[in-house]
Design a protein around this ligand. Structure first.
Ligand code: PRP
Ligand code: 7HP
Length: 187
């Protein structure tokens, strides 16, 4: 069996490792200022936000709690949203009275966050905001009020820094566009 080189499947690099690091540092500094003196909980939406969450929390200089949720929004084709959202892992602690920031890797149609925001509002946080690494507004189906955005990107299917295609490519250090021919290859 020949080893597959992850990088060989990537066309353009959309956001380099260096740009990600610089932006995460900026976001962390802004969040630290905005929530100084408050009780902040970051809620990471697994699995895609894992690298972003790990870097962002360490770029924040105020005390912060973290929690993890896992939701699945995609059924069928791996590059299309089904609109179906399932909770695979719920919060492990109460967020009542906490300032909560949802940490996402990407907002595409917005259906996942639309569901999640309603769900978390029901748990009575003091405030509820959204921090996303990537925003792809061209594909939005529902309005989402985003508080912190890393990068606004065009309507291209991207992978890396947490983002996957068929569960692969999450371990790339940058965000890149998957070569179209990769979609056509059966697993
Ligand atoms: C991806 C991504 C977002 C969602 C965005 O998650 O991490 O949560 O899709 O798409 P939407 O705005 O169209 O709803 P996915 O369900 O693929 O899970 P993953 O994070 O485990 O990759
Ligand atoms: C979900 C998702 N996952 C990986 N790459 C993209 O471009 C995506 N949009 N929505």
């Amino acid at each position: 069996m020949t080893a597959r080189d992850l990088h060989a499947d990537i066309g353009d690099t959309l956001v380099s490792e260096e740009r990600i690091a610089a932006r995460v540092a900026e976001l962390g500094a802004r969040i630290s200022e905005d929530f100084a003196g408050r009780r902040l909980t970051l809620v990471s939406v697994l699995k895609g936000s894992l690298p972003f969450m790990a870097d962002l929390m360490r770029a924040i200089s105020i005390p912060v709690r973290i929690d993890l949720m896992e939701v699945s929004s995609y059924g069928g084709a791996a590059t299309e949203s089904s609109g179906l959202v399932r909770i695979l892992k719920d919060l492990s602690a109460s967020i009542e009275g906490e300032d909560v920031l949802i940490v996402e890797d990407i907002i595409d149609t917005g259906l996942t966050l639309n569901y999640l925001v309603r769900y978390l509002r029901g748990k009575n946080p003091a405030s509820l905001g959204i921090c996303t690494l990537l925003d792809k507004p061209a594909r939005r189906l529902v309005d989402i009020n985003v508080n912190y955005t890393g990068f606004t990107i065009p309507d291209q299917f991207v992978v890396g820094y947490g983002l996957d295609y068929n569960e692969l490519y999450r371990n790339l250090r940058y965000v890149g566009v998957l070569k179209p021919e990769v979609y056509a290859v059966p697993e």
